[in-house]
Design a protein around this ligand. Structure first.
Ligand code: NDP
Length: 372
């Protein structure tokens, strides 16, 4: 379990080694968690009390600027359990039929959508219409058209739309980005991203196109897509892709098992990536420049993230990703803070446009040009 004490203990020996978190240039994350905080707090309801929702709720117990205050769920027994565990009042509990009434609840500022992918679109739009800030899990939607509609709805409602890109706040990842920005790798010409795991239960929603919107690409391949962009520091201009399917019974039409894809970047860099539901131990990034390199394995799991560059090991401390993500997102929503790597709807829309293009490239066998 991820208590505040566990969280803080991870910092005790490494407090001074953390100059890079995006809180402010002079304030480290360690200091942030040590010092008392009396500023504003983002009051959050979680929608979808499943595996990841549970992880976020636990991590939020260590947050300083974000607090779990409500739930939206289709399972009454989970609501009762969460009420008891997190001291959530009945007036902050909703189901999928009645949650539009959250509009009248002055004790909830934001809703974090952690449901199956294809449901995000309608749920986010309903939350926006209720006037609440929105945080949505990745993939933000199942295609770029729906993603754009979600952005438009949040813009119209004057609420923020943030997407759960937890790696954008991860210290070793930010250290590699800092090194790249300072030219320590020289001219970057190659990235490799390997993202995959062996998926189990064939009846789960991740293998049901109606709910998942696709297969491994939507779920895990998106880490290599997004990672290629933040590691290289540019947006791609073309994509090519090839699909392999060894089990058409488990991975039905429209549910991709394995896709290899390549992204071309304006500065001349190329990314070569693999997304799969059929191989374990694939969580690796490699970035190569003419003056140096960075390799991370694991690169996007819950951590600790490990890796090295041509200068040695990456030594930033492990942080509970979802704790820092939620505090950072609270700062973005409450005080307009700008993160080092964007986590807004436009950022997520770029990944959705790339996913659309990857599926088109698989279908046509053609190189697809991208305009992000
Ligand atoms: P789970 O299946 O564990 O949980 C999803 C929850 O959504 C369910 O428990 C249920 O909660 C609710 N739900 C509502 N409608 C449905 C439906 N028709 N079918 C199934 N569940 C439904 O999934 P995860 O928690 O693993 O994933 C949820 C989202 O989080 C996905 O978009 C996924 O991509 C993302 N995710 C992100 C991760 C990250 O690291 N950023 C990691 C893992 C997942 P209830 O009973 O309360 O209604």
């Amino acid at each position: 379990m991820n208590t505040r004490r566990d969280f803080l203990q991870k910092f005790t020996f490494s407090a001074l080694a953390l100059p890079l978190l995006s809180f402010t240039s002079s304030e480290t994350i360690a200091n942030f968690y040590k010092e008392p905080y009396e500023g504003p707090v983002l009051r959050v309801a979680i929608m979808g009390l499943g595996s990841y929702g549970t992880r976020v709720a636990e991590a939020m117990q260590s947050c300083k600027m974000a607090k779990l205050v409500g739930v939206i769920s289709g399972t009454p027994s989970k609501i009762t359990d969460w009420q008891a565990k997190y001291n959530i009042p009945a007036k902050n509990c909703y189901n999928y039929e009645n949650f539009d009434a959250i509009k009248n609840n002055k004790d909830i500022d934001a809703v974090y959508v952690i449901t199956p992918n294809s449901l995000h679109h309608d749920q986010v739009i309903r939350i926006a219409k209720a006037g609440k800030q929105v945080i949505c899990e990745k993939p933000m939607a199942i295609n770029a058209k729906e993603g754009q509609e979600m952005i438009d709805a949040c813009t119209k409602a004057k609420v923020k739309l943030l997407v759960g890109y937890r790696m954008h706040f991860e210290p070793n990842t930010l250290e590699v980005i800092r090194m790249r920005n300072e030219g320590e790798f020289g001219k970057v010409l190659f990235f490799q991203g390997l993202s995959g795991f062996r998926i189990g239960d064939p009846t789960q929603w991740r293998l049901n196109k109606q709910l998942s919107g696709g297969g491994s690409m939507m779920d895990i391949g998106i880490y290599s897509i997004n990672g290629a962009r933040y590691m290289i520091g540019e947006d791609p201009i073309w994509v090519t892709a090839q699909e392999t399917k060894t089990d058409p019974v488990k991975f039905k039409e429209g549910v991709d098992e394995t896709i290899q894809f390549q992204l071309g970047f304006p500065g001349g860099a190329v990314a070569s990536c693999l997304s799969t539901y059929s191989m374990s131990n694939l969580d690796r990034f490699f970035l190569n420049g003419d003056k140096g390199f960075a390799e991370m394995q694991p690169s996007t799991g819950y951590g600790p993230i490990k890796g090295r560059t041509h200068k040695g090991e990456l030594t930033q401390p492990h942080v509970t990703h979802q704790t820092v993500q939620m505090d950072e997102m609270a700062a973005i929503i409450l005080s307009g803070k700008t993160p080092i790597v964007a986590v807004d709807g436009q950022e997520a829309l770029k990944d959705l446009k790339i996913i659309d293009a990857i599926y088109l490239a698989v279908k046509t066998g053609q190189k697809v040009q991208l305009k992000l």
